[in-house]
Design a protein around this ligand. Structure first.
Ligand code: ADP
Length: 455
């Protein structure tokens, strides 16, 4: 089976969030299942492939070819989509260009895919183009759209429609129009042969008004072709036994060494060096989705008893709120407003618990990474978190709250702290969660089944 896998970010080349983790692992897992996979992504800054043609470059990574679409004017920028102040104003132009080029390059290199697999709004135009202006090329290819986050839909003003180069008839309510604007994700959903989200619970939630972000009707119409496939993590990247970034490697057999990481982290970043104080971590985009509103409301109360570290980047208003709290709580709170892969690894390894108070969460990868690092997740019961974290009181490996409020978050942290204080019980919990398995092998098989179904 030949698969063209298109994504706007692929780890380790470019990453802002989970989409990159998925795109940096799933294609390789599909190749292990016997597929011939080519990955298409933009050629951003600091990526150096073998340039084959002025318009693209190639890197062979293991058994997958990664093809980088080149346009220095569009993609040689400091960020992928925009700055904390807002999105780049020419994102429609940038991603229309990218998706047109993917088709041109596939023709040029004679790659005839059975499956074209697109991800989120940035590559949804590829599905739109292949069913409109390019409908006579790659006719037999089946088109898959994975929605990693419905909150980002690629919405643009109507006057940009001509940039897509498709007939004006598609600016209508059955296709791309959404309240008088262009909605690229909607177009992708309408034209795709199959749509999936990244967890079963989120696949159901997005068909409701509460989580559908205005597309619940379109998604309900598509419901026979809409499924949820739970994400996984790459255990070769996330392995505390071999991790080069952490202070001291450890495995389920010597979990006491985890506390060396905690101690060194506290020391390096000026926290009080206390083994018995709960160290809570968070590595996240700082967007409302992630529960930063309830966390920041409850944070000073949490900091009276516990220590917190946050690594994140996102909306300016949350940067400011958190910076103010940091000024008043230097010994118990560290804040890093940046994207830093190495530091993320240190946080997963050093913390006792990991905070995921997300208002909604398509899947969430941090809880799976935390399990591997013997770091206990504290989560809001929603989306993929509901599919992966069962409360300790129900024999699960994390702590779960159902009401989205700072009070419930704080109470849940206190429940975790009670167990944390019973040292043997806690160690047993840590041992248990390190054995959980969320590997790409299982998930890739589910994607293969979906491909076979539509072929
Ligand atoms: P989302 O895709 O919604 O941002 P996920 O939980 O699916 O959330 O994936 C987030 C991924 O991005 C995880 O690998 C997490 O560790 C990483 N990440 C998020 N913010 C940062 C940051 N500031 N620095 C380093 N890694 C980050």
């Amino acid at each position: 089976m030949k698969v063209a896998f298109c994504s706007s970010e692929v780890f380790p080349f470019a990453k802002t969030g989970g989409l990159a983790d998925v795109s940096g692992a799933l294609p390789w897992a599909l190749a292990d299942e016997g597929c011939e996979v080519k990955v298409f992504m933009p050629l951003y800054k600091n990526i150096n492939p073998q340039i084959l043609d002025q318009s693209f470059g190639i890197s062979k990574v293991g058994n997958v070819e990664v093809i980088f679409v080149r346009n220095d004017n569009y993609f040689l920028r400091d960020a992928l989509y925009g700055t904390p102040k807002g999105d780049y104003p020419d994102n429609l132009e940038r991603f229309a260009f990218f998706n047109n080029q993917v088709i041109e390059i596939m023709r040029k290199i004679n790659f005839n895919p059975n499956i074209v697999h697109c991800n989120d709004w940035q590559t949804a135009p590829l599905i739109i183009f292949l069913r409109t202006k390019y409908k006579d090329v790659f006719k037999s290819a089946k088109l898959v759209l994975t929605i990693h986050n419905l909150a980002y839909q690629g919405i643009f003003p109507q006057d940009k429609f001509s940039i897509l180069g498709i007939s004006g008839e598609y600016f209508s309510i059955q296709y791309l129009e959404f309240y008088g604007k262009i909605n690229l994700l909607k177009g992708g959903i309408v034209f795709a042969d199959m749509v999936n989200t990244v967890s079963p619970t989120y696949a159901k939630q997005i068909q409701t008004q509460e989580f559908g972000c205005g597309l619940e009707g379109v998604l309900r119409e598509k419901k026979d072709r809409l499924i949820g496939i739970l994400n996984a993590i790459d255990y070769s990247v996330w392995d505390p036994y071999k991790d080069k970034f952490i202070y001291k490697n450890y495995s389920p057999r010597n979990l006491e060494d985890k506390y060396i990481n905690k101690n060194r982290f506290q020391k390096e970043f000026g926290l009080a060096e206390k083994k018995n104080t709960l160290l809570l971590g968070m590595v996240s985009r700082l967007a409302e989705q992630k529960g930063i509103d309830i966390l920041s409301k409850g944070l000073e109360k949490i900091l009276k008893k516990h220590q917190v570290v946050i690594l994140g980047l996102g909306e300016e208003k949350y940067h400011k709120i958190l910076q103010d709290i940091e000024k008043r709580n230097k010994k118990s709170f560290v804040l890093f407003l940046k994207f830093d892969e190495e530091l993320a690894h240190k946080i997963y390894a050093s913390c006792d618990c990991f905070l995921l108070p997300s208002r909604f969460e398509p899947c969430g990868l941090s809880q799976m990474i935390s399990y591997r690092y013997a770091t206990v997740p504290i989560v809001h019961h929603t989306g993929g978190l509901a599919d992966t974290v069962v409360d300790y009181s129900d024999k699960g490996g994390g702590f779960v709250f159902k009401n989205y409020s700072e009070i419930d978050l704080i109470n849940t942290i206190e429940r975790a702290k009670e167990v944390f204080e019973r040292k043997e019980e806690w160690l047993k919990l840590l041992k248990k969660i390190t054995k959980y398995n969320f590997s790409w092998q299982r998930t890739a098989k589910e994607y293969m089944n979906m491909y076979r179904l539509i072929l």
